[in-house]
Design a protein around this ligand. Structure first.
Ligand SMILES: Nc1nc2c(ncn2[C@@H]2O[C@H](COP(=O)(O)OP(=O)(O)OP(=O)(O)O)[C@@H](O)[C@H]2O)c(=O)[nH]1
Ligand SMILES: [Mg+2]
Length: 454
């Protein structure tokens, strides 16, 4: 269901990929697209507006991590802000010390309350809990029977005293049975209505007073988009809602509902329903949805690794140095170490979009494997501190010594020095006024990716 949105978002990131620097114009163009994509996906317009503003502020204000391209930088900000849209709460049910736990299911007609009640019972059973089910839907003739059938399918006990047609009495009786029989959770299914009306609210208030629920889950049909969100907000206002269950996410809803829940209703998404089968219920996981939306699971994990690997201090030091045109072999080595810390190089390269699929990949991988990085490091380590700071000192006899000390050859030492000099030149060119350390860094990555031999 999120396909259209995720296609659009991925298109935006693709268009940024060629940008060497994040200009305000590039950010503006990308944000316009993101805004449209979100509105088209039926995300609440206020949520979109606030979202876009936050991304803009960060995109132009933040320093780009050295190892990220501008496009990846924007992906990172969008990822962070999308996660923020879902709040901090983890999906599923909140921990509680209360026994039995009472879960009241709320929602409009046909939203999926009864199905979700049974799904939730199954999920709880898998968590080692012992739930009991009760229907308080005495309006629709087959409703009680429907829950019993579903309960039978999942092997969960249902409280159904024959002939009892008072919703409150059914709920009260079920709570007593739950306690007496040693069950730890009671799930109370309720009757749906076409609209929120006073009669419904009165009935819910009476049931609430009888069972004092731990959780009030509002079951919303994602296919009805913003309407579902509006009713969730109204329910929250009038009856209280502790979490939202978005059902029918497997359908062709545009998905905007999911991104609007926290912003509009003010409560987290607890579960999502992804199909008609009884096992199609999942605790909501914002990070999963976000990487699916951005369609860049790989880039996202690359970003995380880069964030972890980059040592703030050496980063700043390096930036200053490149500004001063004072990039030494030691800095060169530090950069290689950073790249190494990001994981096996092969894996890091495989994560870069468009790179993983290239035909030459195998060949390139061979040229820049970890072993080779190790040799480069060995060469630099075999130099004296003075040589590392001033490569001009490294004459023919010193080259021989370094080759011997590092177990490599003079040719390899020569190659490395040549490469280093080239990089210095490049850094000098892109450095200066723009403080282009990042760009230089990018070139380093590009050179290595290009597989030029040292
Ligand atoms: N595809 C899909 N269908 C679902 C999902 N959840 C529920 N349904 C279907 O939606 C329809 C209505 O579900 P119910 O559980 O009866 O909804 P309800 O809210 O209890 O309805 P009322 O009791 O009449 O208010 C059923 O056909 C379900 O199979 C879901 O996550 N995906
Ligand atoms: Mg029902």
């Amino acid at each position: 269901m999120f396909d259209a949105l995720s296609d659009r978002l991925q298109g935006v990131f693709k268009s940024l990929r060629g940008e060497a620097r994040l200009t305000e114009a590039a950010v503006d163009a990308a944000l316009r697209e993101i805004r449209l994509a979100l509105l088209e996906a039926d995300v609440n317009f206020r949520v979109v507006k606030a979202f876009v503003e936050r991304v803009r502020a960060k995109a132009v204000g933040e320093e780009v991590l050295r190892s990220l391209t501008p496009a990846q930088h924007v992906v990172r900000i969008v990822r962070d802000e999308m996660l923020a849209l879902f709040g901090d709460a983890a999906g599923g049910l909140r921990a509680t010390a209360r026994t039995p736990r009472v879960v009241l299911m709320l929602g409009l007609q046909g939203s999926g309350k009864t199905t979700t009640s049974a799904k939730l019972a199954k999920w709880l059973t898998a968590q080692g809990r012992h739930p009991m089910l009760v229907s308080t839907d005495v309006r629709r003739p087959a409703a009680i029977e429907q829950l019993s059938v579903l309960a039978g399918q999942v092997g969960v006990r249902v409280h159904d005293p024959a002939g009892e047609m008072d919703p409150v009495a059914r709920a009260t009786g079920a709570l007593a049975a739950t306690k007496n029989l040693g069950f730890d959770t009671l799930i109370v299914d309720t009757a749906g209505r076409l609209h929120i009306d006073d009669e419904l609210m009165g009935e819910l208030a009476a049931i609430k007073a009888a069972v004092d629920p731990t959780d009030q889950l509002f079951v919303a049909d994602a296919m009805t988009g913003q309407d579902a969100i509006r009713s969730a907000g109204e329910f929250n206002h009038r009856a209280g809602v502790s979490g939202v269950v978005l059902t029918k996410l497997d359908g062709d809803a545009r998905g905007g509902a999911a991104l609007s829940v926290v912003g509009v209703v003010g409560v987290p998404i607890a579960f999502v329903g992804t199909g008609e089968r009884i096992q199609d219920l999942e605790p909501f996981q914002a990070d999963r949805l976000v990487s699916r939306l951005l369609g860049m699971g790989d880039v996202l994990s690359l970003i995380e690794r880069a964030e972890q690997a980059i040592d703030e201090e050496s980063r700043e030091r390096l930036e200053q140095k490149t500004r001063l045109d004072d990039f030494t072999l030691e800095d060169f080595r530090d950069q290689l170490r950073t790249i190494k810390k990001m994981g096996p190089l092969e894996q890091v390269l495989g994560m870069i979009p468009g790179f993983g699929g290239l035909k030459q990949l195998k060949e390139q991988r061979e040229q820049i494997d970890d072993r080779q990085l190790g040799r480069i490091e060995a060469i630099i380590c075999s130099m004296t501190a003075g040589e590392r700071r001033n490569h001009g000192l490294i004459n023919g006899s010193r080259r021989k010594r370094i080759a011997r000390g590092s177990g490599t050859s003079v040719e390899e030492v020569n190659r490395l020095l040549k490469q280093f000099v080239q990089m210095r030149k490049m850094l000098k060119m892109v450095g200066g006024a723009t403080g282009g350390g990042r760009k230089g860094r990018q070139r380093l990555m590009d050179m290595m990716k290009g597989g030029r031999n040292f």
